[in-house]
Design a protein around this ligand. Sequence first.
Ligand code: TLP
Length: 366
Amino acid sequence: MSSSYEARVGALAGGPKIDLRSDTVTHPTPAMREAMYRAEVGDDVYGEDPTVNRLEELAAETVGKEAALFVPSGAMGNTIAILTHCRRGDEVIAGDRSHVYLYEVGGAARLNGSAIRSVPTLADGTLDRARLARAFQGEDIHEARTGLLCVEDTHNMCGGRVLPPETLRELAAPARAHGLPVHMDGARVFNAAVALGLPVSALAAEVDSVMFCLSKGLSAPVGSMLAGSRAYVEEARRGRKLLGGGMRQAGILAAAGILSLTEMVDRLAEDHANAKTLADGLANIPGITIAPETVETNILFFGVRGADGQPGDVTPLVTAAASAGVLFSGGDDGRIRAVTHYGITAADIDRALAAVAEAMKAPVKR
Ligand code: TLP
C-alpha cells in the first residue's frame, strides 16, 4: 500500500466517510473508552501494571500458550519474535507476499542481521511446498543458518485467506524436521478462528509463537500481543525493552485490549458477512474483476478490466469512490483493497457498492 496515495485519497473525501482502507482505522468502542478511563495502572516495565498483567494472562489463556506480552504494534511484535527466536545473522523463511517480508521496514535485517529468505506465496496464503522444503539451510559452512519459519494467518495480501490447522501443520513440518521454530503473524488470527468456527488456540497450537493484533478488527486503539512459552516471553520482554516498547502505565491501553478479547471476537462474523456482500455486489458490476468465492474473512481485493482485457488502472476508480466518501486502498500492484471492520454497517456496504457502480458508469478522467 502506498501511504502517500492513501493520504491523497483520504484528503479528497469531505464529510462522513465509509473507510474501507483497513481495519486498523477502527475506533475504540464506548465500553473501551469507559474501561480506559477507569483502568487501574502501574509501571509495566516493573511488571506492576495490574491491567496489563490481566491482559497478558487472558491473552495467553485464549491462545493456549504459557505466557503473552503486550507490545505497541504488530510490526514490533513480529520483530521481537524474530529477535527472540533467532541468533544474529540467522535467516528467516517467509512468504514473498507476507507482511513481515514486504511491510516491516526490513526490521529483521536491520535489527538482527537476519535476511529473509522468501519463498513464493500461493494464492491461498500458503507457501510453495517444494521451494519451502529447499529453503532451509545451514549445514554447509558457506550458508547462513536458518533460524525460523514465519507463516501468516489470515493472509493479508492474499485477501484475508484462512489457513486451517492442518495446513499450518503441513507448512510447519519441514521446520519441525530441521528442529526449527515456527512463528505465526496472526495479526488477524481471530478472523481465521471465527471463519473456521474454531477456538484460536487450535490455530496457535500449530506454532511456537503467535503475534496477534488487538487494534484491527478487535477494535482496541493500540496494541498487539506476542504469545509463546514462558521462557520465550521472558526473553521477548527483553527484546521489547531493546526496541523501546516498554510502555509504563500501559494499563490505559490494555483495558481496551481486555474488551477486545472478551467482547469483540464473535462480532468479527459481521465483518465477514459484510465483506462477502461487498464481494458479491462488486462481481455484478460490469468492468470489475473479483473472485468472490475466495473471500473468507474481512479483506478483499478487486480490480478493473482494461480495454484490452488486461488489468486496468484502478486509480480513477479509487479517486472517484473517495470523492463519493468511500475510501479504498489503492494497491501499488494494480489491485484495490477493501477491509470491513467494526463501524462498517450493511448500509455502508450498499453505499460503497453504489459509489463503485456510479464510478464505473462514468470513469473519472485524470
Ligand atoms: N497491516 C496494515 C498495513 O501495514 C498493510 C494493514 O492495513 O493491513 N501483520 C499483518 C498481516 C498486518 O496486516 C499488519 C498491518 C501487521 C502485521 C502490522 O501491524 P501494525 O500495523 O500494528 O504494526
